[in-house]
Design a protein around this ligand. Structure first.
Ligand code: NAI
Length: 706
């Protein structure tokens, strides 16, 4: 709060007397005239507060001091502008030797939080910004909580997303505070809440604006009101006689989203709650035991790996300090319209150009629906609408920091457009294209400054897909690439630098997998069986449904381009669907028929015996292409290939990425399977030479320098 007074509570009346008797690096202890002890956290050398072992040990020492002083109350706050506490230090999760060591460390942290909870004096946590995982658990160990009523405040227990569940007492303390159903919902989904939503649930005592926040905390500290408890109706599902009935319902809900063999953590949490919810002391120990066990499993280790891969992608957007204010998007179709809406949602002044106002109108309508869904409050929706201007004449072009082209996928049309606009753009503006298949070198042939042309390849639907491929052609300047990546971060997407080669990374790797699925169909394997095999492996949807969702016309055109340039054939059923006007979900029918709820999948016969190698056929083609992309330097390193394919295609996250999965499975075993499939189905299963002789590729995002 002290380093960003705008984000945190106003500190005009903070106490002045600093207790210097403790040698503290991360915490600051002060006692004010009312004998309230203030504990400020600002973890040294870190942008955000995370609860590492040293930070927790210092908290333990502070508690010694507070107990000695017989303080009237304790108030805990963060001095970081970024927020209260972002969670436990995830790096430590990967360093335990075994389950026992993990268990002991978790118990230590729990004991410190237990000491905090057992203080005789009232304790209050002041929350602003991120309050997640261990941060929320620390706040739960306080008697009261107040939070800054701003959109930046997010309170949650997202541990399931890392393959574990709360381990510092969260699963023990949250249900009695807000009722079992609300608590389990928060912990099982990992979703975070705004200050207002948290106050409504009873998770915090007060959601206050910055000017009242300290006052609210002091009032609670000094008056120590009776802590609130949930109504009897909310407490009811937690009773011993009802838990055996509620737990299966919770399990069923979880099963609709995650299979137990892939994601064991939510199931472990339900078991824990069902068994021990009325024995808090035992539950605390069992919570630690369960988390220690989960933490050592493959799922948690792979999800933790993805967390760091995501951080790595984010860091690609931090190489230059570039902030766009105005964006001009040309082409208001399926992609351009949604890209413009997303930019406006993220706070940028956006102009949207197309050939006629009639073509822009549907995009503005879709944008309104998006803003309503995401922003909810009419004031914020209106502000976002004000940032998005239909602009048929293209007035916005002259002032834009970033110009994004998303017109028809046609080389001549794009070249002509670039000729028209280059002279009217600001000299320092980035020219980005959303092309999915045209090489940048060809597109930029007639540009005066081809170094500022870069690809920003968004995926459909823009609002859901986190990844954006930042496509670098031979002529793209390094500064342009770095700025494009910074822009991608600015609009809260994940940038991945890829070389301008056919299909870039994501489409190229996805295509053999989708085409193999169509070949299986052609051989008579029912579509629902093919999809089920992929989902069983851990894909979010099956390849047939995915092809329908992407659009079969789009799939066909990408498949043809890739077949032309990289070899291979396009299976006939795909061509036939497109000839018959069955483009997939958008036309109401493709390989499946669609209604408002989604695909209508005809069930295959009960006695149908699927071939045993469906999963291998699908997945190995995907792995092989990922390996080829690495070998050819489409993306510069293994980890980035994995990151791109998890965040760009949804590749089974708990497996940690395709190349990581291949390594886990063992390259020798994999090669044997390739050989078997090759003998049976032909050369498309020939393993890429990269499996046996990986060739280190040049860091591609710097290649523009030559
Ligand atoms: P679309 O056909 O839905 O929209 C194209 C829009 O551009 C139309 O509204 C058209 O009127 C407009 N347009 C054409 N020439 C123009 C010009 N000279 N000036 C202004 N507006 C013009 O196309 P879609 O699907 O949005 O694709 C756009 C680009 O995005 C293409 O390059 C495509 O390859 C790429 N892309 C498409 C994806 C998809 O799933 N549809 C995914 C990723 C990239």
């Amino acid at each position: 709060m002290t380093d960003s007074p705008d984000n945190g509570p106003n500190d005009d009346n903070l106490p002045q007397s600093i207790d210097a008797s403790l040698p503290l690096q991360h915490w600051r202890l002060q006692t004010d005239d009312d004998n309230i002890v203030w504990l400020h956290l600002s973890v040294a050398d870190s942008g955000a507060n995370v609860l590492s072992r040293p930070v927790l040990n210092e908290l333990d020492q502070c508690l010694d001091e507070i107990e000695k002083q017989s303080a009237r109350a304790l108030i805990i706050a963060s001095d970081k502008g970024s927020g209260f506490i972002a969670g436990a230090d995830i790096r430590e999760f990967t360093r335990f030797n075994d389950e026992q060591q993990a268990f002991e460390q978790i118990r230590k942290a729990q004991n410190i939080f237990d000491r905090l909870a057992a203080l005789r004096c009232p304790s209050v946590a002041i929350i602003h910004g991120f309050c997640l995982g261990g941060g929320t658990e620390l706040a739960l160990a306080c008697r009261y909580r107040v939070a800054l009523d701003e959109p930046s405040t997010r309170i949650g227990l997202p541990e399931v997303r890392l393959g574990i569940h709360p381990g510092f007492g969260g699963s023990v303390r949250l249900p009695p505070l807000i009722g079992a159903l609300a608590a389990m919902d928060m912990m099982l989904t990992g979703r975070s809440l705004s200050a207002r939503a948290a106050a409504k649930l009873g998770l915090i005592n007060d959601a206050a604006p910055a000017r009242h926040l300290l006052h609210a905390a002091r009032t609670l500290a000094l008056t120590a009101p009776e802590p609130t408890t949930p109504s009897w109706l909310k407490r009811l599902p937690g009773h011993g006689f009802l838990r055996p009935l509620v737990a299966p319902i919770l399990r069923r809900r979880v099963r609709a989203r995650a299979r137990a063999e892939h994601y064991p953590a939510p199931y472990a949490l339900i078991d824990l709650w069902q068994r021990y919810a009325d024995q808090p002391n035992t539950m605390m120990v069992e919570e630690a035991r369960s988390v220690a066990h989960l933490m050592q499993g493959d799922t948690a280790q792979n999800l933790i790996r993805l967390f760091f891969l995501q951080e790595q992608l984010k860091s690609l957007g931090r190489r230059v300090n570039f902030k766009a204010t105005r964006v001009h998007v040309i082409g208001a179709g399926a992609m351009g319209g949604d890209i413009a809406a997303w930019c406006a949602l993220r706070g940028l002044h956006t102009t949207l150009q197309d050939q006629t106002p009639e073509r822009v109108a549907p995009a503005i309508k879709r944008a309104f629906a998006l803003f309503q869904k995401k922003l909810k409050q009419p004031r914020l929706v209106q502000a976002a609408m004000d940032r998005l201007l239909p602009d048929t004449p293209g007035h916005g072009l002259a002032n834009a920091d970033v110009v994004i082209e998303a017109i028809f996928e046609n080389l001549e049309a794009k070249q002509k457009l670039f000729r028209d606009i280059e002279g009217r753009m600001r000299p320092d503006a980035i020219l980005a294209t959303n092309t999915s298949s045209i090489p940048l070198e060809q597109m930029g042939q007639n540009l005066m400054h081809p170094d500022r042309l870069v690809g920003l390849h968004f995926f459909n639907p823009v609002a859901k897909m986190q990844l954006v491929e930042v496509v670098c052609g031979h002529n793209t300047g390094t500064e342009t690439v770095d700025r494009a990546a910074a822009f991608t971060r600015q609009i809260d997407r994940l940038p991945l630098m890829v070389r301008s080669t056919p299909g870039f990374l994501v489409n190229r790797v996805l295509m053999p997998y989708l085409l193999e699925a169509v070949t299986l169909l052609q051989e008579g394997v029912p579509a629902d069986v093919i999809d089920a095999a992929a989902v069983k492996f851990g894909m979010p949807v099956g390849p047939i449904e995915l092809a329908d969702t992407v659009g079969l016309d789009v799939c066909l055109s990408v498949a043809e381009i890739l077949a032309q340039q990289l070899g291979g054939t396009v299976p006939e059923p795909l061509r036939k669907q497109v000839q018959d006007g069955r483009f997939g979900r958008k036309s109401g029918a493709g390989f499946f028929k669609y209604d408002k709820k989604g695909p209508i999948k005809p069930k295959s016969r009960k006695d149908y015996q699927p071939p045993a190698d469906i999963e291998d056929r699908l997945i190995l083609r995907l792995l092989n292409e990922a390996q080829a992309c690495l070998r050819e330097g489409v993306v510069s390193e293994t980890d980035l290939v994995d990151a791109g394919l998890v965040f760009g295609t949804g590749f089974a996250p708990f497996r940690g990425g395709p190349l990581h999965y291949a390594e886990h499975r063992g390259v020798d075993a994999l090669l044997q399977t390739f050989e078997r499939l090759r003998q049976r189905y032909g050369e498309r299963f020939k393993p890429d030479i990269g499996w046996t002789s990986p060739s280190p590729s040049a860091p591609m995002d710097r290649q523009a320098d030559g």
